[in-house]
Design a protein around this ligand. Sequence first.
Ligand code: GLY
Length: 391
Amino acid sequence: MIDFKQDFDVAPISDADVKAAGDKAVAQVLRNLPDYTYSMQNHSSVDRFYPACDNTQWTCGFWPGEVWLAYEWSGNEVFRHAAQIQVQSFLHRIENKIEVDHHDMGFLYSPTCVAAWKLVGDEDGRKAAILAAEQLISRYHSVGRFIQAWGQMGAPENYRYIIDCLLNLPLLYWASAETGDSKYADIARIHAATTLAHSIRPDHSTYHTFFMDPETGEPVRGETCQGYKDDSDWARGQAWGVYGMALSYRYDRREDYRQTFDHLLGFFLKRLPSDMVPYWDMIFTDGAEEPRDSSSAAIVACGLLEMADLVGGPEAQDYRLLARRFVGSLYQTYAVKDPSVSNGLVLHGTYSKKSPHNTCTPEGVDECVSWGDYYYLEALTRLSRNWSSYW
Ligand code: GLY
């Protein structure tokens, strides 16, 4: 059982504050539009301001996703116009296979091109998203039954998947529904089963990455890349697990997805500091001199709101109230209120922090991160209306 009554020092966000927070965020997106219509936003800010970049990073879908959310929030056609310009950039990227040799096709193509198709019937969006789904399944290994995250296909040092990939699977379910070809969804289901079998530890914390044996397909070991150490709990990995399970449950009403959602959420809640925004790794708790990762709180809020829509009843009320508390904390303490401070939406995210035990490249520590901004605005949008998902 999840303890929903834990003693957090945070009030749920009110409807009036949802409106105020969304209006502020959308005004910030509007202010940023001239800088990032023909270029993309870097994965993270530098001294709280995002540099522009080419459409080459795994994170480039989040800014256009914010633009689509801003369009839905405001009805302002300027957002639609800008987002459709970006769809052309994503079509170009997949047609020319520019930096697509990795698994992050869902992060790239769901909030941009699937959104464009669903919201305004953009045919190029649909075409690009189906090409991206095709690219994603090209990374599937039948030996081990998983989608390889990074690196050259089949290379022993990268014969692994990562928990984040759960967020790439909705693109595959969408592609099957759209084309009538079950091959995409079949791979999504197999990959989700592999994740469930190996990525979750007995205490319901998670491994970030998991290696399989290239010869036998047997599970080998979990290893961190961006967490503090192999057997600690990277906060964002846990958050991807929570939202990923809710999304898997949307496409397949399997009881094990539902239970795993609660288990992962329960671990996440137990390790939160009193303001509900985790440190970057959940080995750190109240009082640690370590940066937070505000994006993890925004991701979990979206997962709660997704699951609430699926289950209904009293449990849905518990999930929604908890989501309002996460978003309340983000709005009160972490959201950007003054554009001279930052051109992002949410401060205190952490992309990759180096530790003595991990293998990541240090980037974006205690900064805005593009997915943190996106999921914060998605959570506000979900709280403000009956939202039809891009995922
Ligand atoms: N998917 C990589 C990250 O969350 O940083």
